[in-house]
Design a binder for this molecule. Structure first.
Ligand code: SF4
Ligand code: SF4
Length: 855
């Protein structure tokens, strides 16, 4: 092996890589700030789970296994590559105890060959799915095939090098030693000595499983070759492996395989705040802290909130108004990063996301919009943004370098008016910058709006914010924050949004609900139930937060009534806010109207905190997962910090405490639909199912594939409830049909034995139950949900297929309510065996006891 050749190879290859990677680094640094250095333990744990164990790869098999094989192979073979480079300088180079004749070396040799074979298997699987049986979600590219070819060749080359060296090592003394009989030149002997130097006594011919199953296999193939051929093969194997790995390294920054380098940091630096918490518009920026909710900003920045009263706290809505006003007065209104309007508005972490996308397509494959033919494909959204960013790399690096040379003028960097601002009135950009670093370094950068130049508006407005894409992404790329940020820019800066949103925006602003119905009718759903209000009883410990849907939608009102009946039956001391309750602002926020959301959140927070000060509201119970998510995860940014409990968790707690006892058989087959904001966002998958299992007569079935974390969205989230779908292929219909399919399938006897026993018992007692079909509703099955919005979408889905007479849609609370009716039947209680109820029970405060309340 030649030291000179190795030096040249390494210097050229690493030099070229440093140049390319350096440019990517500089580009990354042009992103806006994001604080991601908090909770280091959690970050390391996430790296272990998602980058090393690769948990999310399990969603797709066998591609998931293939990827893990290649990953393990790369880690193990990295050592081998270092050894080979070392032999370029010192022919006998081995890593100490890993020499082929040492016990540990033999073990390593065995591992190396095994993982080499695993990598070849993994590459073959990928080749099969890309070329022979291409998967829709992936894109066949020359680059992808080239990389697969390089990996495959590297593995084979290394095995061939070993094989040829084994044969030469065994023949060494015969060929060049004192007992030599064959004719080889002195030069050939020198070459052989160099090749066999690291192998010592380890040479052999013929296959053996240990220590080198692959190398020995090649030695068997090469056994009859001439010394010249063996020398050529050994050199070729060595140099091909040593240089292809460097070629691979140099392709990384220019390809989707950049994730080999960026995946671990991308997982490490992911946003650790709750999935359901969208960031405040400039919350992650250090300089934003004084201008908005100080504690929230401090927490977002990873710093503990300061004790002691803040000097002056400007409401978030006021800050937003100033920002939007500043943008409006600017010569270039879209220059400021109010949401995301241009590629330069993204943070460095978003840029790292772009670098890291593997183009696997798992996100789009699970996206309800994409699956129903909308223009939105999360994968292509990322790729479009990445391509746009890459195409402007030079511009941004130059601008950033120029700006950093003039650190005193960041505020003037984004527009002409900033440069001309007078002494009395600060330039709008300067005002904005004082509220956070919203003015990116844009000197010399062409002003290119993302929407509609790069991204079609329909791409953004097709998103239901369901998080299915994020749940699937193996490298933890986020989508909802980016899409909502782009919507924010459209709504707040440009005033552009689908016309159907006009009415809900107005309704939320004027009457506190997106249907724009009278505020005075908000408690109409409770007529006849004698439910108290906080206005009459301010110290009530439990607030039943009803939400807009259950307050105004006729079908959803029944969910509120059922829940209230159950709470009363269990003796819970609760009250409602009635007309003091406003929409939480979830639809406004997800639709990009951050200002409207801020106003609603501030109003609600004032009401909630007002009653808290009077000794009330220890807990908030709600039937709406959107309200639940917003109150629990987003209202703390508005100083409204309460224990918020979804009604399924709360009701399960009441069951655990025997305050509710389902006795009446109420249903046959029931399939449960996971609400995105309850399940994927907040991890509540089991409580609704446990309640259903506790109801006599229920035979719980699951939708195939599309359940729990993979449940398809009903189509209502992200304010889609109030928008027209972009094509005729509706998300809610697709979801409804998936659920109906699960109910319509024949029962599995083992799964249904308990339920059948209940049903049979009920039938024997002369009550409902008709052999696994039918129920008190006289339907073929029931689609259960735990969200009033899902209820509407699924009911509409049934109607669209003329199936409303065959199947029922029921909230979990309604089914439980039916089972707990007074006319108790002689059937056994439902099955709570094996259900961990300790957490559920802990959610339930003893009725009327403020002593047990927690904050
Ligand atoms: S959040 Fe849901 S709808 Fe939006 S891009 Fe992701 S998967 Fe698609
Ligand atoms: S965003 Fe994630 S899931 Fe989607 S293609 Fe890229 S790596 Fe795959």
């Amino acid at each position: 092996m030649s030291a000179l050749a190795m030096v040249v190879l390494l210097v050229v290859a690493f030099g070229a890589f440093a140049l390319a990677a350096g440019r990517r680094w500089l580009l990354l640094r042009t992103g806006r700030p994001a604080q991601r250095f908090d909770r280091l333990g959690d970050r390391v744990a996430a790296v272990w789970r998602y980058a090393f164990v690769q948990e999310r790869m399990d969603y797709y098999q066998p591609a998931g296994i293939a990827h893990k094989l290649i990953f393990v192979g790369f880690v193990v073979l990295l050592l081998r590559t270092l050894v080979l480079w070392g032999r370029g300088f010192v022919p006998s180079f081995n890593l100490w105890v890993l020499a082929p004749w040492m016990p540990l070396g033999k073990l390593y040799e065995f591992m190396k060959d095994t993982v080499g074979l695993m990598v070849i298997t993994g590459v073959s699987v990928f080749f099969y799915y890309r070329v022979i049986r291409p998967m829709k979600r992936t894109t066949l590219s020359l680059e992808g095939l080239l990389i697969l070819g390089i990996i495959f060749t590297m593995m084979v080359a290394d095995m061939a090098y070993d094989g040829a060296a084994f044969v030469l090592a065994e023949r060494d003394t015969t060929l060049c030693g004192i007992t030599g009989h064959e004719m080889v030149s002195a030069d050939q002997c020198k070459a052989i000595a160099t090749i066999v130097a690291p192998y010592g006594e380890a040479g052999h011919v013929g296959w053996s499983l240990f220590p080198s199953p692959a190398g020995s296999f090649f030695s068997m193939l090469f056994e009859g070759l001439s010394p010249t051929a063996l020398i050529v093969l050994a050199h070729a194997g060595y140099w091909i492996h040593s240089s292809l790995v460097l070629l691979f390294l140099n392709l990384l920054p220019h390809s989707k395989h950049f994730h080999v380098i960026t995946a671990i940091p991308n997982v490490f630096f992911r946003d650790l705040s709750p999935y359901g918490r969208l960031p405040l518009i400039n919350a992650t920026l250090p300089s934003a802290a004084p201008a908005e909710a100080p504690e929230a900003s401090a927490e977002a920045n990873g710093a503990p909130a300061e004790n002691g009263a803040p000097a002056e706290k400007k409401p978030y809505s006021e800050t937003l108004m100033e920002l939007v006003g500043a943008a409006g007065e600017s010569a270039d209104p879209t220059a400021l990063a109010i949401g995301i309007g241009r590629i330069e508005h993204f943070s460095w972490k978003a840029i790292l996301d772009f670098y890291t996308c593997t183009e696997c397509g798992r996100c789009s494959d699970n996206c309800p919009a994409h699956r129903t033919g909308k223009v939105l494909s999360p994968k292509h959204l990322t790729l479009d943004l990445r391509n746009h960013l890459y195409s402007r790399e030079k511009e941004f690096i130059q601008a950033s370098t120029g700006a950093s040379a003039k650190p005193a003028a960041p505020a003037a960097a984004s527009g002409a008016s900033g440069a001309e601002g007078s002494a009395e009135a600060p330039a709008p950009e300067a005002a904005a910058a004082s509220n956070g670093d919203l003015a990116p370094k844009t000197d010399g950068v062409a002003p290119i709006d993302l929407v509609s130049t790069i991204i079609h508006p329909d791409v953004l407005w097709g998103c239901t914010t369901c998080r299915a894409c994020e749940e699937q992404c193996p490298v933890m790329i986020s989508y909802v924050d980016k899409i909502v940020d782009m919507r924010r820019n459209l709504v707040l800066v440009k005033g552009e949004f689908p016309h159907e949103l006009q009415k809900p925006f107005q309704g939320m602003e004027v009457n506190g609900n997106p249907w724009n119905l009278s505020r005075m009718d908000r408690a109409g759903w409770a007529d006849g139930l004698e439910i108290r209000t906080f206005a009459e009883n301010p110290a009530t410990p439990v607030l039943f937060w009803v939400g807009c849907a259950a307050s105004y939608d006729d079908r959803a009102k029944k969910i509120a009534r059922a829940t209230a009946r159950l709470l009363k039956k269990a003796g819970v001391d609760f009250a409602i806010l009635a007309e003091e309750e406003n929409c939480t602002g979830d639809p406004a926020r997800r639709a990009g109207n951050e200002f409207l959301f801020a106003m609603l959140a501030e109003t609600n927070a004032a009401v909630l905190n007002g009653y808290k000060e009077q000794g009330g509201i220890r807990q908030i119970v709600t039937t709406c997962p959107h309200c639940f998510n917003t109150l629990k995860n987003e209202y703390p940014d508005f100083d409204a910090k309460f224990e918020v409990i979804h009604h399924t968790d709360y009701l399960l707690g009441l069951l655990a405490q025997k305050k509710l006892e389902p006795q009446k058989a109420v249903a046959g087959k029931v399939v449960y639909h996971d609400s995105c904001y309850l399940g994927r966002y907040n991890g509540i998958f089991d409580s609704p199912r446990d309640i259903l299992r506790a109801i006599p007569g229920v035979e719980l079935v699951e939708a195939e594939y599309w359940t729990r974390q993979r449940g398809l969205c009903c189509g209502a989230g992200g304010a889609q409830m109030f928008m027209e779908e972009q094509n005729q292929n509706r998300v809610n219909v697709k979801r409804t049909l998936q659920l109906i399919d699960a109910v319509a399938k024949p029962s599995r006897s083992s799964a249904s034995s308990s339920a059948s026993a209940h049903a049979a018992h009920a039938a024997h007692a002369g009550h409902s139950g008709n052999g696994g079909h039918g129920d008190v509703l006289g339907k073929q099955g029931t689609v259960a949900s735990a969200c009033p919005f899902c209820m509407t979408m699924l009911t509409d889905g049934l109607k669209s297929q003329n199936l409303e007479d065959s199947f029922a849609t029921m909230d979990v609370a309604e089914l439980l309510d039916q089972s707990c009716q007074e006319d108790v039947l002689a059937v056994p209680s439902g099955d709570l065996a094996g259900v961990d109820l300790s957490i559920a029970a802990a959610h339930v405060e003893a009725p009327g006891s403020s002593a047990s309340a927690s904050e």
